[in-house]
Design a protein. Structure first.
Length: 696
């Protein structure tokens, strides 16, 4: 039984177990997995080696404390364990490493704090300064952990003391893009920090590529780091007209190496259109009365958009305002201005400069708002978004329930994923684009190995009040080299008309997209009028074909075994997802399933680049009794949801299978005799939008 005091606030664990390490090919280490002493609560005395923890409970790590008698506990906890170090390693730099805690950690060695970290399930290491450890006696590691909700504890392997590597001893403190809209050159700001009290001389090889794989810069620089100090360098390189870049640093010293990879986002200006990245710092206001009354009043706080935290924002509010100021570049004047929200959960009201322009219901699909009519050029524009979370989907007469999967029967008419509170707020990226009145909308390349063809569907839009005659030009590039040209096509567009044009071209020798060779092409689509460029869109794709042959899946004609990983974390950052995929590949997995709901766009982008196949699943999760299956509004909202899901992600070569829903009929949906047929109709919508992939 847990004491009342233990349930109030915190948790700590300590264990008097002597472990002996072994010499490995990559250096000495001691595995600390296994039994630890544990105490719920928080007391600074628990870091001291002299503290007697004999009365503490014994827990296993790595594992959540929820699995070991603390399933209802949130707060602080301490873990303690003792270990020994060989005499010849005393005085040399060692490190404590764990694979991830839930949520935050503070690590003490023999009573001295050696580091702390924030964030759930993030691998971390902390250097143990020379002189802190003793030979011939037991040393103590104490780990203080804070858990804010759900699971908690010293959760993920490995947990070890080992010889320090270059990754432990220095860190990339900053790797950021600088440079404004329209500048010909961007600057990569690199800052390297020394985590030790000894100097380091590092050789740094760097490379920068854009979203389409085109090299922007490569070279070598040197860092002479003073003890405990930091140095920075600026690497200038030409912009490429796209918003996304990939930077890689390879650091080396005395035979040790360190590899750092980062995904970076910037504004972009092309010849025909421009894009402002509006993700980053916004303000948020959660109204005291939990109502969205315009204009909002109250105390605003600074937040980051996208909202990556579980639940979007703190507190019990179901509604919040988000705002930011946007200054428009002068060369955007005269163009159509569109705000694009990749995802807002679940109902958004969009105001610009005090005027309400749009509403959108649906927590997982992108939507655009035309702000041309209200844009200001002499002062910044105020973008204001009122967000209502999952309660926007409640049937009239029902009250919000707790955070579990299920609510009252027949109470919801929107798909909300696994649990109602998991997603709320502006949880994916926001952009502002500027293009001419005649422009290119959606571009969908379909590749067929069996037919040796590339087919295109290109949506054209004329938002002017006069007819226009345009020429559509399309070509495929491998890096900067043109490898395929499609026939030009003249198109007459009436005032306000939108039309989809279909093209095809034989292609008998493309470089195929494979998990072991995830090769990507760039499709450049242009609109020309009277010799002038009206619009240009670049689309990344891979040439591959995936189909079912009897009981087998075939990728590019070869029988392909799908060994699946379920449910990659929903709120992870770009580098974390890349590492997750790469570790999965090392373990011989070939597929990730976006279980219970679609993910942020970069989950798909990175899967394309590293060769991890994807099964994309809708947010129609198995809480069948909660959904109002007989309510037509539910099925209209589901149709809009799967349509948005497919249009957003169908250009990703990594995506192999669409999943319409998860266990709706299995978990009670058969109570509605029409549910099966309705689910089948959702599959028909997917098949019409994308006939190139299997659906389950």
């Amino acid at each position: 039984m847990k004491s009342t005091q233990a349930m109030l606030a915190c948790i700590v664990v300590l264990v008097p177990v002597v472990l002996h390490g072994e010499a490995l090919a990559h250096g000495w280490e001691v595995d600390l997995g296994g039994e630890w002493q544990f105490q719920a609560g928080d007391d600074a005395r628990w870091a001291a080696p002299s503290f007697d923890d004999a009365d503490w409970e014994t827990l296993h790590a790595p594992s959540l404390w929820d699995n070991q008698g603390y399933q209802d506990y949130d707060g602080f906890g301490w873990y303690r364990k003792r270990f020994s170090v060989p005499d010849d390693l005393i005085g040399k730099p060692l490190a404590f490493e764990h694979g991830g805690v839930d949520d935050d950690d503070w690590v003490y060695i023999n009573g001295t704090k050696v580091g702390e970290g924030r964030g759930c399930y993030r691998p971390r290491s902390y250097v143990i300064p020379p002189g802190l450890l003793s030979a011939g006696t037991e040393n103590l590691v104490a780990v203080r952990i804070y858990d804010g909700a759900m699971g908690g504890g010293l959760a993920v392997a490995p947990i070890k003391i080992r010889e320090a590597t270059l990754n432990d001893r220095v860190e990339v403190a900053a790797l950021e893009l600088a440079g404004g809209y329209g500048q010909e050159n961007l600057s990569l700001h690199v800052e390297i920090a020394n985590r030790e009290d000894v100097p380091h001389r590092l050789q740094c090889a760097y490379s920068i590529r854009d979203y389409f794989g085109r090299s922007r810069a490569a070279g070598e620089i040197e860092f002479d780091l003073p003890p405990g100090g930091a140095l920075s360098r600026e690497i200038r390189f030409p912009a490429s007209g796209c918003t996304r870049y990939r930077a890689r640093l390879e650091l080396a010293e005395d035979g040790q190496t360190m590899d750092v990879f980062r995904y970076l986002v910037a504004d972009a200006k092309g010849e025909a259109r421009g894009t402002l990245n509006l993700s980053g710092e916004w303000e948020m206001l959660a109204p005291a009365d939990d109502e969205l009354v315009f204009p909002p009043t109250g105390e605003w706080q600074t937040v980051q958009v996208p909202t990556r935290r579980y639940g979007g924002w703190q507190g019990q509010n179901h509604r919040a305002w988000f705002r930011r100021s946007v200054a428009l570049p002068g060369d955007m004047k005269g163009k159509r201005l569109k705000l694009r929200f990749e995802a807002v959960a679940h109902h958004a009201q969009v105001y610009v400069n005090g005027r309400k322009l749009a509403e959108h219901l649906g927590g997982f699909e992108p939507f655009e708002v035309d702000i041309t009519s209200v844009a200001r050029w002499d002062e910044p524009n105020e973008v204001l978004v009122g967000v209502t979370d999952w309660v926007a989907g409640l049937v009239e007469g029902f009250e919000p329930w707790g955070g579990g999967r299920r609510g009252p029967n027949d109470s919801m008419v929107i798909p909300y994923g696994s649990r109602p509170p998991t997603r709320r707020g502006i949880w994916d990226d926001v952009y502002l684009t500027a293009h001419n009145e005649v422009s290119i909308g959606d571009v969908f390349p379909v590749t067929s190995l069996r037919e040796e063809k590339l087919r295109l569907q290109v949506q054209l839009r004329n938002e002017a009040d006069v007819a226009r005659e345009v020429t559509l030009q399309s070509a495929v590039f491998d890096g900067d080299e043109e490898v395929l040209s499609l026939p030009a096509q003249s198109v007459a567009l009436g005032p306000g008309e939108a039309r989809t044009v279909e093209l095809e071209q034989d292609w008998d020798s493309p470089r195929l997209w494979w998990p072991d060779d995830p090769h990507l092409y760039r499709l450049r689509t242009r609109l020309i009028s009277d010799g002038h460029l009206l619009d240009e869109v670049n689309t990344r794709f891979g040439f591959r074909e995936f189909w079912i042959d009897g009981i087998d899946y075939r990728l590019n004609g070869v029988v392909f075994k799908l060994r699946g990983l379920i449910c990659p974390p929903t709120g992870a950052g770009r580098e974390e997802i890349r590492d997750y995929y790469l570790r999965g590949r090392e373990c011989n997995f070939s597929l990730v399933r976006f279980h219970m709901q679609p993910r942020s766009r970069y989950y798909y982008d990175i899967a394309d680049e590293v060769g991890m196949c994807v099964k994309d699943e809708s947010a129609f999760y198995c809480a069948s009794y909660t959904y109002a299956l007989a309510d037509e509004r539910l099925w209209r909202n589901l149709a809009a949801h799967v349509r948005g899901m497919v249009l957003r992600s169908r250009n990703h070569p990594s995506l192999c299978i669409w999943s319409v829903e998860n266990e709706i009929l299995h978990c009670g949906g058969i109570r509605d005799e029409k549910a099966g047929a309705r689910i089948f109709e959702l599959g028909r919508i997917i098949a019409e939008l994308d006939p190139s992939r299997p659906i389950e």
